[in-house]
Design a protein around this ligand. Structure first.
Ligand SMILES: [Mn+2]
Length: 197
């Protein structure tokens, strides 16, 4: 079973995240941030990873801590659920359209944490959500999942569409990269014989 639960409690947030990499895309997102729950729902749906994300955070300050800490916990959960990564497909690249927006997401599920994120948001906020937090979430996720992740919005005008294309692109890339490759019969997808740096 490729599942994991991460609990993380600080003075700023209390977060619990569970993932099942071989799920059906069931999401239970309750972070107290409507737009962010919407993004987590999309991530689960299009990755087919079951994701439960509960968070009680200091939303009276702003949404930064809660968004970042859910990213940290979700990244750690994915990493733990992957185990030694034997047999995974490892690489995936996706072009994700959303109306006028097109975003490219490329991932290497490798134990090598790195983020390149190039997306400009025309607006500072989507609802009450600061658009700069999209990058913060991707940074927290990539570093804690131990994945190399390149996200670039090639063009787009609507901030909601831009954010959504980033999350949906990640979803489809993750779905392909963490899938077990039947041709490899459980081998490590590395000439080094191991993943993890
Ligand atoms: Mn939407």
């Amino acid at each position: 079973m490729r599942t994991a639960t991460i609990k993380r409690k600080t003075k700023e947030t209390d977060v619990e995240v569970t993932v099942d990499l071989d799920g059906t895309g069931v999401a239970k997102a309750a972070t107290g941030i409507g737009f962010f729950d919407h993004m987590l729902d999309l991530l689960a749906k299009h990755s087919r990873i079951d994701i439960t994300a509960k968070a009680v955070g200091d939303l009276h300050v702003d949404f930064h801590h809660t968004t970042e800490d859910v990213g940290i916990a979700l990244g750690q959960a994915v990493k733990q659920a992957l185990g030694n990564m034997a047999g995974i497909t490892r690489y995936a690249s996706v072009l994700m359209p959303m109306d006028e927006t097109l975003t490219r997401v490329v991932i290497d599920v490798s134990g090598r944490p790195f983020l390149v994120f190039k997306a400009d948001f025309p607006r500072d906020k989507i609802g009450e959500f600061d658009t700069e937090l999209v990058r913060e979430w991707f940074q927290a996720f990539a570093i804690n999942a131990g994945v190399t992740l390149h996200v670039e919005t090639l063009y787009g005008e609507n901030s909601h569409h831009i954010a959504e294309s980033c999350f949906k692109g990640l979803a489809r890339a993750l779905r392909a990269a963490v899938a077990i490759d039947p041709k490899t019969a459980g081998e490590m997808p590395s000439t080094k014989g191991q993943l993890g740096g």
